[in-house]
Design a protein around this ligand. Structure first.
Ligand code: FES
Ligand SMILES: [Fe+2]
Length: 433
């Protein structure tokens, strides 16, 4: 449980808020590469943490991220003319390159004026099928993270990015909450039985044991936690890692998430699956995977979970009873939703735009949830105090999620030997036995 003030601090990410400033100290994904305009195409308006931005590629294919508001007098750059080497504001014709160079200022007679000013652009990188941006102060820009899926060809990766109309923390909570899988996703998991999808095989045992033992450790990157289940006499451990400020490595080991606020009551829920020795990014594997979890385009559109439909008539609201199919539920389906993605979204959205955490009853099942609150608040407090934040200098490329059977006496931390655990202010180096 949090105070109302702590909840506000944790959830709000506008540019002038503590958590917003903390998040702006990291490289974060802002768009899937597949959603970037073609070279020289029309600029695409996007929103990140309440900031209006414009994503674009110049004719050479270089990606760029501009402030929506023109440097001169703030006209919308989403209206700008796409010219081969830059975006030209339609109001007075100032023209900006993706790197911030001001190429022309036709209403200013002094030809040197443009050389003294810089356009409002942010540094960007393309990696792992995502466009990443750094929105913070330039003197604080951290090293770009190197994650395992960034080294793979597109054909070995699946990217998906539904939009969820709820605060980003509500979505992250679902990713560090193992016990809900057995309940909320009971029917979705049952579909895994007999499926030959890798994802189905890795998750099917979660149909059993709805009260896993949960333990969590603070780490230099945030925290990791385990859910231990007894399944058919075996002791199954699933370890998920939360990497501040908004990333999760799933226990399946080949699935990674970023939950990035669009604004305080909407987020982009980026998914990346990868398999080094299997072309899961190609058909039919790609579509099979996306359909299994409810991330295929028709299903997302049916629930208003794409950037084109998230303001439309199909979104989950209380008025339309969150689009739950009661007839399907009465017929035996546990929830009455299409799949995992819609079940999670329904729980997140039905809590309200920003869930009130001064009104909740955490239990032993919620050890990782409480740890998530602490980690996020540590980020906000760290940035306010001018001190380091969790993950600010961590080697996040070595952080994993993992799932395995372990012996009755084994310490589950053996599964994550490279994670650096922080305990009571002292740091323990792994491996730990
Ligand atoms: S407002 Fe953009 S050129 Fe004047
Ligand atoms: Fe879920």
């Amino acid at each position: 449980m949090l105070t109302k003030q702590e909840n506000e601090t944790m959830c709000r990410t506008g540019a002038d808020t503590p958590m917003g400033q903390a998040m702006r100290r990291f490289w974060i994904p802002v768009l899937q590469v597949q959603d970037l305009p073609q070279p020289g195409g029309d600029p695409r308006p996007i929103e990140v943490m309440g900031e209006r931005l414009v994503a674009w590629r110049d004719a050479r294919g270089r990606p760029g991220l501009f402030s929506e508001y023109c440097l001169h007098r703030g006209a919308g750059m989403s209206l700008a003319r796409a010219e081969p080497e830059g975006l030209r504001c339609v109001y007075h014709g100032w023209k900006f390159a993706v790197d911030g160079a001001v190429l022309e200022t036709p209403n200013v007679a002094d030809p040197k004026f443009k050389d003294r000013i810089r356009g409002r652009v942010y540094p960007v990188r393309e990696a792992g099928g995502l466009l990443w941006a750094y929105l913070g102060p330039s003197d604080k820009e951290p090293a770009f993270p190197e994650l395992p899926f960034m080294r793979l060809d597109d054909s070995h990766r699946i990217n998906a990015g539904p939009v969820v109309n709820a605060n980003y923390v509500q979505v992250i909570e679902g990713l560090v909450d193992s016990s809900h899988l057995t309940v909320l996703h009971a029917s979705a998991l049952a579909k895994a039985n007999g499926s030959d999808l890798d994802f189905a095989a890795k998750t099917s045992h979660m149909q059993f044991d709805a009260s896993p033992a949960i333990e969590a450790d603070e780490t230099d990157f945030g925290f990791h936690y385990v859910a231990m289940r007894s399944v058919g006499g075996k002791r199954m451990a699933r370890v998920a890692s939360f990497i501040a400020p908004c990333f999760v490595a799933n226990p399946n080991g080949d699935l990674w998430f970023a939950v990035v606020p669009v604004n305080d009551e909407r987020c982009n829920f980026f998914h990346v699956w990868w398999i080094a020795d299997k072309p899961i990014g190609e058909e039919p594997l790609r579509s099979q995977q996306l359909q299994f979890v409810g991330l295929d385009q028709p299903t997302l559109e049916r629930y208003g979970m794409t950037s084109e439909t998230c303001d439309g008539p199909n979104v989950m609201t209380r008025a339309n009873r969150f689009l739950q199919d009661r007839a399907q539920q009465r017929a035996g389906h546990f929830t009455g939703y299409a799949s995992f993605t819609q079940e999670d979204a329904a729980c997140s959205v039905s809590s309200g735009g920003i869930r009130d955490r001064s009104q909740e009853m955490l239990s032993a099942a919620d050890v990782a949830i409480a740890r998530l609150y602490r980690t996020l608040l540590a980020c906000a407090k760290g940035v306010m105090a001018g001190q380091p934040m969790p993950a600010e200098h961590a080697d996040v490329g070595r952080v994993i999620g993992v799932s395995a059977e372990i012996g009755a006496e084994d310490d589950w931390r053996q599964l994550v030997p490279h994670h650096r655990i922080v305990a009571g202010g002292a740091q323990r180096s792994a491996p730990i036995h």
